[in-house]
Design a protein around this ligand. Structure first.
Ligand SMILES: Cc1cc2nc3c(=O)[nH]c(=O)nc-3n(C[C@H](O)[C@H](O)[C@H](O)COP(=O)(O)OP(=O)(O)OC[C@H]3O[C@@H](n4cnc5c(N)ncnc54)[C@H](O)[C@@H]3O)c2cc1C
Length: 314
């Protein structure tokens, strides 16, 4: 939800027209009331047990129903594993134009110009989506702030009934296996402390957790660290993991392979700690520190002690 709220800010940059929010799930009345106070013009709610857990076919049907009700010409979604699944299916169904994982979006006349990273972040692509057919964009949630103020009056909330076909019900939900229930979701984190193979063990990652908890952030990892079993796959950042763009990314003992950069180079401030001055991570870092992470990370943690309880980012 926090990254979806940021879509409202992106939408305000793209239109003077009405902005409608679509909420899909089960037992989501209070969520709808919260969203109605964010400054949107209308809220469409699809609230049924069939939508309790994400399944691409029912959710596609639900968003289609909202598109038809609202007469929408532009759909914005945050870049998440859900939108990676949903947006292309929706675009194919509606014969729509689509650009995924956008870093910036802006209006140029009637067209929407977007910047998105391509070929494992080796280059940035600039794409223009002309007005005409439906346009669907997924945007990195942390690329835009959440709306600052709450509305004086709530937007109208409209329940939508969605009829699912037998085909829509083909995928059956079985079970969710939770992991790291106490840890912050990487996609929503403003601060990420990430570690690589050089951490050498799962236990050693505790120094990164100590710092992340102190700063109110989450812990990420390279694929090498994940493959070595130091961290779960859900923490992997990169081409084949999570794509993140936090306010602050602290890369500890990470070489900076192109596949890792593909997942984090959109971060606002990047701090790199590495013993090797020639490590490619320094090429994207805002601040670089040639040092041993086992010495440096505890020092930063100690220096941040006075921040306990206070926000790090203003
Ligand atoms: C198809 C494909 C997809 C991939 N997808 C991903 C992905 O999604 N995410 C990802 O991360 N990788 C991905 N990779 C792997 C990627 O190519 C790299 O192998 C990986 O990112 C390297 O991880 P690393 O930086 O932890 O390890 P290494 O390359 O081993 O680098 C370790 C770094 O730590 C430094 N170091 C060592 N000791 C210390 C110390 N004590 N203090 C400070 N620094 C120290 C070293 O100087 C070095 O720079 C993918 C590869 C392929 C082929």
């Amino acid at each position: 939800m926090p990254s979806s709220l940021c879509m409202l800010t992106a939408a305000r940059d793209l239109t003077d027209g009405d902005i409608h929010a679509v909420i899909i799930g089960h037992d989501i009345g209070s969520l709808a009331e919260q969203v109605a106070m964010t400054g949107v013009d209308a809220v469409h709610v699809i609230d049924h047990v069939d939508f309790e857990h994400y399944r691409v076919l029912p959710y596609t049907r639900a968003v289609e129903s909202a598109i038809d009700t609202a007469g929408a010409s532009l759909i914005l979604m945050a870049t998440t594993s859900m939108s990676r699944d949903l947006a292309p299916r929706l675009a194919a169904r509606r014969d729509a134009m689509m650009a995924t994982d956008c870093l910036t979006v802006e209006l140029q006349g009637d067209a929407i110009a977007v910047t998105r990273s391509m070929y494992a972040a080796k280059c940035l692509g600039e794409i223009s989506l002309p007005v005409g057919t439906l346009r669907i964009l997924s945007i990195r949630g942390t690329a835009y702030p959440a709306p600052a103020s709450s509305a004086a009056t709530p937007a109208p909330i409209t329940p939508l009934d969605v009829t699912l076909s037998d085909t829509d019900q083909h995928i059956v939900f079985r079970e969710i296996v939770p992991s790291d229930e106490d840890e912050q979701n990487l996609a929503d984190a403003d601060i990420i402390v990430s570690g690589g193979r050089s951490l050498e063990s799962e236990e050693n990652f505790s120094i990164l957790y100590d710092l992340a908890h102190r700063l109110g952030g989450a812990v990420g990892a390279t694929r090498a660290a994940v493959d070595a079993g130091y961290q779960p796959q859900s923490h992997q950042v990169g081409l084949t993991g999570n794509v993140v763009a936090p306010q602050l990314y602290i890369a500890c003992g990470i070489d900076g392979a192109i596949q890792h950069l593909a997942g984090m180079r959109g971060s606002k401030v990047i701090v790199a700690i590495n013993t090797k001055a020639a490590a490619p991570i320094f090429g994207v870092a805002t601040y670089g520190c040639v040092a041993d992470l086992f010495e440096m990370v505890p020092l930063i943690n100690e220096a941040c002690q006075s921040l306990d309880g206070k926000p790090v980012l203003q």
